[in-house]
Write a protein that binds this ligand. Structure first.
Ligand SMILES: [Zn+2]
Ligand SMILES: [Zn+2]
Length: 147
């Protein structure tokens, strides 16, 4: 009997203390879940191996064939090349003339909306159709939007 009473008090004491502790614990767990989800989302955006929804308008420098592709459609050999040369720009084999690494992503002119192949070595990317400086145009547009 006395043992039951003792354990009863013990449990009641534990319940009282545990009640508040549980709330704090649950709050901490919830915060942890939110933080974990945020970190995961950021991880996917910034360090994810395959950034989502990036699309490319490619052109073969050999035969002039143009086609659209996206990260979701990039063949494995492209990902492998990207891993080996992370700073190199995207290159693909041509599906038309079968030349290896002959296809490069085209730049879309923000002014006339036409696609063109930018000169990789050039300091500035200039649209060959309307002579727009792409970086300059983007900067000016960003400035206008801020006003
Ligand atoms: Zn080709
Ligand atoms: Zn243009």
């Amino acid at each position: 009997m006395s043992q039951d009473g003792w354990s009863g008090i013990g449990t009641r004491k534990l319940d009282f203390g545990g009640g508040r502790g549980k709330e704090i614990l649950m709050g901490a767990a919830l915060a942890l879940v939110v933080v974990a989800a945020l970190v995961l989302a950021m991880w996917h955006i910034f360090v994810g191996e395959k950034p989502e929804a990036a699309t490319y308008h490619m052109k073969c420098l050999k035969c002039g064939y143009e086609f659209d592709t996206s990260d979701a459609n990039l063949p494995d050999y492209v990902w492998k090349a990207k891993e080996e040369h992370p700073t190199a720009s995207l290159r693909m084999h041509c599906p038309q003339c079968k030349t290896e690494w002959s296809c490069v992503p085209m730049t879309k002119c923000p002014n006339c909306q036409k696609y063109f192949v930018a000169d990789e070595g050039a300091a500035k990317i200039i649209c060959p159709y309307c002579q727009t400086d792409v970086a300059d145009f983007a900067a000016k547009k960003a400035q206008q939007q801020r006003r």
